[in-house]
Design a protein around this ligand. Structure first.
Ligand SMILES: CC(C)(COP(=O)(O)OP(=O)(O)OC[C@H]1O[C@@H](n2cnc3c(N)ncnc32)[C@H](O)[C@@H]1OP(=O)(O)O)[C@@H](O)C(=O)NCCC(=O)NCCS
Length: 161
């Protein structure tokens, strides 16, 4: 396992983050402006966190991955995206990013974290299961291009002291 750092994204990360997102076909693809809006911290928008993973000092520069979590006004939380560069997979980065999002959502007051994942995304489902997410539903034909069902998964968050 390599040493990595998970931290909040900054404006200067966004060009590289967007390039990484576009290079990963199975990652959710958002408009460029959606990433800037997360950092803009609009008080009327749902609360979102955008986390990135990069190396420690002395490691080759560059973002290895990113993740997005949202806490809606009603208090429900969702892991909206997690993606890791192909060259950096199976080193614990996806897990560290998901844990970072879960921690942030818990600190924001959420008691559970939900997500939707393509039923065919075996790797992502294995990651989420390993982190303690359980399958709680299935939405038939939810995805297009290519068509796929969505699995709904849920993780109970520890109450924050
Ligand atoms: C899914 C994804 C984020 C995983 O990132 P990652 O950094 O490789 O994951 P980790 O190294 O933290 O994996 C932790 C554990 O999850 C499981 N896991 C992760 N990827 C797996 C795979 N492809 N196959 C089987 N198990 C997998 C394993 O148990 C792994 O532990 P191990 O390596 O010790 O066996 C990455 O493959 C990815 O970016 N995929 C494309 C985008 C995507 O599908 N995102 C999810 C939907 S938004």
């Amino acid at each position: 396992m390599t040493a990595i750092r998970v931290r909040r994204a900054r404006e200067c990360d966004l060009a590289e983050l967007f390039e990484l997102e576009r290079s990963i076909a199975t990652a959710p693809h958002w408009p460029r402006t959606a990433y800037s809006e997360i950092l803009a911290d609009d008080i009327f928008a749902p609360r979102r966190c955008l986390l990135v993973a990069d190396g420690l000092v002395g490691d080759p520069p560059g973002l290895r991955g990113f993740a997005i979590g949202v806490v809606h006004p009603a208090g429900d939380a969702e892991l909206e995206s997690v993606a890791v560069a192909e060259t950096a997979r199976r080193q614990g980065i996806g897990a560290a990013l998901c844990e970072g999002v879960a921690q942030w959502c818990g600190a924001e007051g959420a008691t559970e974290l939900l997500l939707e994942v393509r039923a065919s995304s075996a790797g992502a489902i294995a990651l989420y299961s390993r982190l303690g997410f359980a399958v709680v539903g299935r939405r038939a034909g939810y995805y297009r291009d290519p068509a796929d069902d969505a699995l709904l998964m849920r993780l109970e968050l520890k109450a924050c002291a």
